[in-house]
Write a protein that binds this ligand. Structure first.
Ligand code: SF4
Ligand code: SF4
Length: 161
């Protein structure tokens, strides 16, 4: 039975021939000619799936451009994270209520989408899961979205090189 070269000798040969270095260079060379799969965010942004759930937002009526929300408080009631805070008042004509303020604390939101399910407005739900996901901020107050932001959305951040 012939004796196999000792592990120490094999390691020595590998080191002598710089084998690991050549293997590493081969991997680099091979990948130079493959299409890039990384996305250079924020300069590049991936296309989001239609079902992507970003932060919840409010929308206007698609036909008359008025606020769709009827201040029923259902979304506030079902939110498991208690991150929706609505203040409403009776309309001057006594028919229904209108919003005084509507806030969502994005710091607490878990993007579950439960607030959308009971929303009774037609033809669309007043609250919906948007495609906004850029929420970084330096202050905690920046995570509390007021009515204006909820209705008009957040502009994508303008990152300069
Ligand atoms: S997505 Fe979930 S956690 Fe966020 S506001 Fe809606 S119900 Fe609350
Ligand atoms: S459930 Fe819909 S209509 Fe009711 S308060 Fe929430 S967003 Fe407004």
């Amino acid at each position: 039975m012939t004796a196999r070269p000792a592990a120490g000798f094999r390691d020595f040969l590998k080191m002598l021939l710089l084998l690991e270095l050549w293997v590493g260079l081969w991997v680099t060379l091979k990948n130079q000619f493959r299409p890039h799969i990384t996305v250079e965010y924020p300069r590049e942004r991936v296309e989001l799936s239609p079902r992507f759930r970003g932060v919840p937002r409010l929308r206007f009526h698609p036909e008359n451009g008025e606020e769709l929300c009827i201040a029923c408080h259902l979304c506030e009631t079902v939110c498991p994270d208690d991150c929706i805070h609505i203040v409403s008042e009776k309309k001057p004509d006594g028919k229904g209520k209108r919003l005084v303020s509507f806030e969502i604390n994005y710091e607490r939101c878990c993007f579950c989408g439960l607030c959308v399910d009971p929303c009774p407005t037609k033809p669309l739900t007043a609250i919906y899961m948007s495609h906004d996901y850029e929420m970084a901020d330096f202050k905690r107050e920046g995570f509390v979205a007021p009515l204006k932001v909820l209705l008009n959305g957040v502009d994508p951040k303008d990152y300069k090189e």
